[in-house]
Design a protein around this ligand. Structure first.
Ligand code: ATP
Length: 279
């Protein structure tokens, strides 16, 4: 077991003594489903100014971990604190309003005829695909600002179902930011994008990561090429366990990647980007 950011002393209720500085803290977490251990022995902490990337092969437990962080799942055992609140002892509906989350599951919940601006602005009302009373003008302005920052202001009145994959991803990232979350969770935001779309998204996420006013971020990806410059930490998962976790430069090595993916991998760095291939 790898203990990540182990410097935090635990108090008697399983929480660290500096919880107010921690966006996520898991201690001895296990998640079991149908006899399978999806996550085991998971100790992990994310601080206010950190941007984490989670890497690992298919089935490693990345999405399960992100769902825990999004307060969409409870651990079978162990403790999870999100934004200082302990799962199981807090109102998760309230907690979720403080978290921005994008995933394939969120994408699947958006009705195709929903207008792009409404997809974004409705996050502030914690609804999706329902008729709402009038939106506040300030909220609409904020949604438009977020769409503009992601380069899709011109799509504000388009129906979500008519968007390309890349445009949908950007719309959902704008939605995730709408409530000014304290924690931003992105599950495979670059999946399904072509090279240009991926590079554009990586650049935009890099801009966000480097913004000192941006929230703490956790991004799940399959590919080191998708790590946006500005990300600070990495967690490598395999078979529900942490292989390595900590500062990106320390953790992202050919040795750790090879152990994580069960192959002899070469890792190259070009500027502030990473590339990996089999030896
Ligand atoms: N409800 C469930 N019952 C049994 N097994 C489950 C359940 N949900 C997920 N799993 C299994 O848990 C493992 C981890 O799933 P998870 O989606 O977290 O992996 P992942 O790392 O995100 O994978 P991918 O990269 O393929 O998206 C997988 O083997 C999956 O089949």
């Amino acid at each position: 077991m790898c203990t990540v950011n182990a410097a935090h002393e635990n108090t008697r209720d399983g929480g660290p003594d500096n919880l107010e500085d921690l966006m996520i803290h898991t201690s001895g977490v296990e998640v079991r489903r149908g006899g399978n251990k999806l996550l085991s022995d998971l100790d992990w902490s994310v601080e206010l100014d950190e941007r984490w990337v989670i890497l690992g092969p298919n089935g490693a437990g990345k999405t399960t971990l992100l769902k825990l962080a999004a307060a969409e799942l409870h651990p079978t055992s162990g403790t999870v604190h999100i934004l200082g609140e302990r799962l199981g002892r807090t109102d998760v509906f309230e907690l979720r309003t403080r978290i921005g989350f994008t995933s394939a599951a969120v994408n699947a919940r958006v009705p195709g005829d929903e207008k792009v601006r409404d997809v974004v602005v409705s996050a502030g009302y914690a609804v999706m695909g329902r008729w709402r009373e009038r939106y506040d003008e300030l909220d609409t302005e904020r949604a438009d600002e977020l769409l503009a920052a992601l380069g899709i202001a011109h799509l504000a009145t388009r129906e979500y179902g008519t968007l390309s994959e890349g445009e949908r991803k950007r719309t959902l990232i704008a939605r995730a930011q709408m409530t000014d979350p304290e924690l931003l969770l992105l599950d495979e935001p670059a999946a399904g994008l072509d090279l240009g779309g991926r590079e554009d998204l990586v650049a935009r996420l890099s801009g966000l990561a480097l913004d000192p006013d941006a929230p703490a971020m956790v991004l799940v990806t399959h590919h080191v090429e998708e790590i946006p410059p500005g990300f600070t930490h990495a967690l490598l998962l395999a078979e529900g366990r942490v292989v390595a976790g900590g500062l990106l430069d320390d953790v992202l090595t050919a040795e750790n990647l090879s152990a994580t993916f069960g192959q002899d991998l070469v890792l190259e760095r070009s500027g502030d980007r990473y590339f990996a291939r089999r030896r």
